[in-house]
Structure formats: structure tokens, C-alpha cells
Design a protein around this ligand. Sequence first.
Ligand code: ADP
Ligand code: ASP
Ligand code: MG
Length: 400
Amino acid sequence: MGTIVQKFGGSSVADKEGLFRVARIITRTYDQGNNVVVVVSAQGDTTDDLIEKAREITSSPSRREMDMLLTTGEQISCSLLAMTIQELGYPSISLTAWQIPISSDSNYSNARIKKISAERLNRELDQRKIVVVAGFQGINKYDDIATLGRGGSDTTAVALAATLKADLCQIFTDVDGVYTADPRIVPNAKKLPEISYDEMLELATLGAQVLHNRSVEMAKKYNVNLEVVSSFRDLPGTTVKEEVIVMEKMLISGVAKDDHVARISLIGLPDVPGIAFKLFGLLGKKNINVDLILQSVGRDGTKDISFTVSSDNLEDAMQLLKEKYPDKTIEFNDNVSKVSIVGGGMQSNAGVAAKMFEALYNAGININMISTSDIKISVLIDREYSKQAVQCIHEMFFHD
Ligand code: ADP
Ligand code: ASP
Ligand code: MG
């Protein structure tokens, strides 16, 4: 007998049919003699709908209240799923974060899980109950609810698997695995039978929403056996693990895009030591992550610095910078996207970057910024071309 954590995303539990389909997958795993812990996301578009409801009231809702609101979605789906499992004749109980408890830090809307107590979970499992946990939430030191960021239910699942030392953590979703690109954008993308934690972490961080990036980070840290599978079709999925056996050498393992970025430029900063430190230190203190950075060559004692932030942070970053640099020109562009390629194989292969840039050149797409590392290359381009960029880059690397 093993312990298996199964996570089902919003589209998998969107309606009654979905709930019953998912309940059958769960009870089959239970019938095989396993302890089963299930994590669910909010049904269908519930989270987006709740965000919209808040927007009707204010353009800048309190982050605490937002988290209070958004977590209701997962409370609905976990209770409905427990009922569905019971309806099939199996013992089940739903639990939210405070009942377990799952404690998190206090960074509302992007909290990190700090600790999960196994006691209650084990007590329910010992009674052979199927435990259904509300994903995406934690309780902070003020006894308030905090969410783990969009897509965070994956992280709840992996964290539970790590806590319970589960044999397997399965992420059931509406695709049957991790592909070389989002199959909605590149219909002939290839399914990867396996992918390393490191590559998956990059892909997820760079916009491949199939897994929440922190879930991959945690899976790597605790060596969780992680699998992405379809909840609609019984097909082999993708295994995410430390080492992958490379049958046929691929230059890259995937292409991803992130439309959720914005570029900020500060013009005419003094060309003296300490400017970058002060600027990025200021943003760091406010928890604003900076990604691609471009600094111009100094001329006439001044220089320009451009960088990207997540769209969510644009408003806060602009306000902060305007206060700190009142006499400087500060521009922003929120019509940009980051398109990236990821692959462990690119370290030893010169020319991968050139190949990516050639694909963009052939499509007439201009590059605004570039950043590279051992395992990824990212470019910033105008958002209107982001899909086309993914398609042409994918075609360049994966045509047969
Ligand atoms: P869930 O609601 O189950 O959490 P998500 O919408 O968060 O599902 O993630 C699944 C979606 O991720 C797929 O429908 C697919 O469009 C998208 N996706 C993006 N990049 C990839 C990729 N490289 N491989 C597979 N799916 C991807
Ligand atoms: N319901 C949340 C979201 O839509 C969490 C999740 O789906 O993982 O982002
Ligand atoms: Mg998701």
C-alpha cells in the first residue's frame, strides 16, 4: 500500500460530470489499496470570476481581502468533490488550510508554505478516508488566509506529498503531459515522456502554466516523484525527475511565453557607481522581482536602465520610482511579452541563440531585450507577436 497525492485543476472539476469523472479516478486509486490525498482547484473560471467581482468594486482591493475572496473557490470545489466521492460509496472528508493546518508566510497573493502538519491528515487516512484538500491556500501568523499565487494548487499538492513522504504526486490537468510548447499555441508540439526538475522549473517560471513553478522547486528539494497526466484521457503523462535519460539529443526541451510582463525604463540616470544597486535594492525591499535588465553604455555622464517586472507589480513599481526619482523620465511599456527557450543541451551547443534569433528575424519580429543563462534564452518582444514567436521558434527547433 502506498500514499498517492492527486491534484485536479479547475477545468477537471468544472461541473458535475467532471466531479464524477475525477471521483472515479480517485476511487480507482483507493481501490488499489492506496492512501489517497486529493488537492483541488476552484471549479472552471471561478477564480477569474471572483477577481472580476472585486474589480467591479475597486481597482486596488486590499490583498488580504482578495485572498479571503479567492479561497472561497477552493472551499466550494473540495466540499463538492468529497460529496461526490461519498456518493460513489467511499469515505471522504474535505479540509481547508486551517483545519490541517497548512501554515504560510504573510505575503498575501503570493504566500509561501512554511509548514504542514501531518497529524490530522494521518488521522483521517488511518480511518481509510479519502482526504480532499483545498488547494492554493495557507494560514499565516495572524490566522488569516493567504493564497499561494495563481496556479498555486500544484504547490499545495507537492507540499502535501513531501510532508506525507508520498510515493507519487500526480497533477491531473486538461493536457496529457508537458509538451515542447503550449499545445494550444503549437498544435504539433511534442509530448515529453520525462523532463528534469531544472528544465521544468525554468519552463514553468518562464510561462508554461502547466505546473506552478514553486511546485517544481519543492519537488526538486524534497525529491517528490512528480507526474503530469490528463484527467480526461487515460494516457501516459510526463514524469518530472532529477535525471532524465536522453534517448535522442534535443537542443532544447521547450518554448514558453509570458504575456504577464511589463518593461520600465529610467532615462538619464547619473553614470556613477551604485546606481543599479540603489535602484534594484529599492525594488527588492518592496518584494518586486526584476527580470531582464538592460543598461545603456554611459554617454555625457548619464545612462539609461530598462528592466522588466511582472505586470502585477507595474503599478507599485512605477509609484515607487516616481517618488524616488521625481526629476527623471520614467517610461513603461505593458505591451510586451517574454518568449524563452529552455534546455540543458544548450550549454554545450554554440549557435542555439543564433537559431532562435534567426527564427524571429525570418518572421520579421524585433527583439527589444535579451537575456541568457546556461539553460535558457529569453527575449522581450511586442506582445502582438508573442504567439507567432513561439510558433516560429518551435518550428525552427522541432521541425522533423
Ligand atoms: P489546471 O487548471 O489543471 O491547473 P492550467 O490551465 O493551469 O491547468 O495548465 C494547463 C494548461 O497549461 C494547458 O491547457 C496548456 O494550454 C498550458 N500549457 C502551457 N505550456 C504548456 C506546455 N509546455 N505543456 C503543456 N501544457 C502547457
Ligand atoms: N484557483 C487558483 C487559480 O486559478 C489556483 C489554481 O488553480 O491552482 O489560480
Ligand atoms: Mg494550473
